[in-house]
Write a protein that binds this ligand. Structure first.
Ligand code: GLN
Length: 498
């Protein structure tokens, strides 16, 4: 294996800046890796080989000319296929947007390009980010590099699989109910859901606008922080963007230190349905944090158990509104019967042909939940529950600095196992959804392999809004301790492939 593909983003950007390796060599090494493994992993929907190499050569020219280089100069980044990118298609994993080429660039991908990153391609995802396995993609599932018969999680499963399979050191995802943290956990990598409003939604195709949060994936805590920092910050193009300094996540990632930190273990996230091997690794991680000087207590957040049902009313309600724009008129697919037909007919046929079953289910659920006579009972109640979840967090963060839990109740499950059982699929996000409803920040960091199947388990750390740096302090401490134990920076030596 070419050693460039196993290097961290931090080392790659330093090596490019020092002239030890060219951005073109780094990019070519990753394109070669994609060419050799992606037929099996299927992380990418589009590989931007020519553009990536052209941009890499530009960076090499800038360096030769003594121009200043950005913090991610020469580092390949894989992009979830719902960020609009000029020069690349954007499908959101949906047939309805097949072939769509957006006319504008998302704020985050523009910032990354400006930081010198090489956007290497667009990654597979559950259609419009609805799902936990990538099986809802209109283009077939991605596979977990640890075991190709298992799902890589979702909805940002392609991004997580690409990073775990060494096809890119960094990737972008979005987290609406867990779609960064859950795939990160089951692929054995790091993934962060930043504070809502901390990362711009401009040019991120909307799923549930009050929840959607773009965030980073990496194989190390520091790499993840580097991408987090590069993508963050106020954006006047996003009305919910927070106009405050971004939390100092890179600084925190360099100083993993939990001594004196107050850590609360969420008591609701254990028991029936939690895989013993996942709980064993979680318990060990908590003991480890205690041995490093953290003060660990148990904290009950009684309304977290209602978060999942509330989410499945709020998110679909927003879907029913946001996805109304896909009407066969303005974007992508248009289906009509020979000889034309009315506008209503074109809309109905295009939506029937273009959307997959999960997206249709959500549109119908949301339309029902918002309909007159039911609004108060469903959408209104769910919003009240959302407030109770926020209050649980407020009360908890009055006592502790961060909360911890497993990321997801089980390790990666077999492709096909939950595809026809929406409820079983939804349960993958049991532990991640409260953070989305409240808008605060959380990270998934690997904490070992479950005994039953040898697959990765993740520790979730949750922090108050705009305290994203705390996540990285804890995650870096966990990573450092495990590096000592395993002699490898992370768990990402995906056994199926490396
Ligand atoms: N799996 C959850 C859902 O299907 C969360 C998805 C997400 O975070 N984008 O809605």
């Amino acid at each position: 294996m070419n050693e460039l593909i196993t290097m961290t983003a931090a080392d790659l950007s330093a090596a490019v800046a020092a002239g030890e390796v060219s951005a073109a060599e780094v990019t070519a090494a990753h394109l070669d890796r994609i060419a050799s493994v992606d037929e099996r992993v299927r992380a990418f929907l589009h590989v931007a080989a020519d553009d990536a190499l052209a941009r890499a050569r530009e960076i090499d020219r800038d360096r030769a000319a003594g121009e200043p280089l950005g913090p991610l100069a020469g580092v390949p980044v894989a992009v979830k296929d719902l960020f609009t990118t000029v020069g690349m298609p954007t499908t959101c994993g949906s047939k309805i947007l097949q072939g769509w080429r957006p006319p504008y660039e998302s704020t985050i991908t523009r910032r990354l390009r400006d930081a010198g990153a090489i956007l290497i391609g667009k990654t597979n995802m559950d259609e419009f980010a609805m799902g936990s396995s990538t099986e809802n993609s209109g283009y077939g599932p991605s596979r977990n590099p640890w075991d190709l018969a298992k799902v890589p999680g979702g909805s940002s499963g392609g991004s997580a699989a690409a990073v775990a399979a060494y096809e890119a050191p960094l990737a972008l995802g979005t987290d609406t109910g867990g779609s960064i943290r859950q795939p990160a956990a089951v692929c054995g990598i790091v993934g962060t859901k930043p504070t809502y409003g901390g990362s711009s939604r401009y040019g991120v195709v909307a799923f549930a606008s009050s929840l959607d949060t773009p965030g980073p994936f990496g194989r190390t805590v520091l790499d993840t922080a580097l991408l987090h920092e590069a993508m963050s910050g106020y954006d006047p193009m996003d009305s919910t963007s927070i106009d405050a300094p971004a939390p100092p996540v890179v600084e925190a990632a360099r100083h993993g230190d939990v001594s004196g930190m107050r850590i609360g273990v969420v008591t609701e996230f254990s028991g029936d349905g939690y895989q013993p091997g996942v709980m064993a690794r979680f318990t060990e991680a908590v003991e480890l944090l205690e041995s490093l000087g953290a003060k660990v207590t148990e904290i009950s957040c009684p309304h977290f158990r209602y978060a999942l049902p509330a989410y499945y009313l709020i998110a679909p309600s927003e879907v029913s509104s946001n996805l109304a724009r896909f009407d066969g008129m303005r974007y992508g697919l248009r289906a009509e019967r020979p000889g034309g037909g009315s506008a209503e007919e074109v809309m109905a046929l295009s939506r029937a042909a273009g959307f997959g079953p999960e997206v249709k289910r959500r549109i119908m659920l949301g339309t029902y939940a918002l309909s007159s006579g039911y609004y108060d009972a469903y959408y209104g109640k769910a919003q009240q529950v959302r407030t109770l979840v926020i209050r649980d967090f407020d009360a908890a963060f009055g006592q502790v600095d961060v909360l911890v839990s497993p990321v997801t109740p089980t390790t990666a499950f077999p492709i096909g196992e939950r595809a026809d059982d929406p409820m079983a699929m939804y349960l993958a996000d049991l532990c991640t959804i409260p953070t989305d409803l409240a808008g605060n920040a959380a990270i998934a960091v690997p904490c070992g392999l479950a005994d039953e199947d040898g697959l990765p388990a993740g520790l979730q750390v949750m922090a108050p809004p705009l305290a994203d740096d705390r996540l990285y302090r804890v995650a870096a401490a966990v990573e450092a301790a495990f590096t000592d134990r395993w002699g490898h920076p992370l768990l990402a030596e995906a056994k199926g492939l490396v």
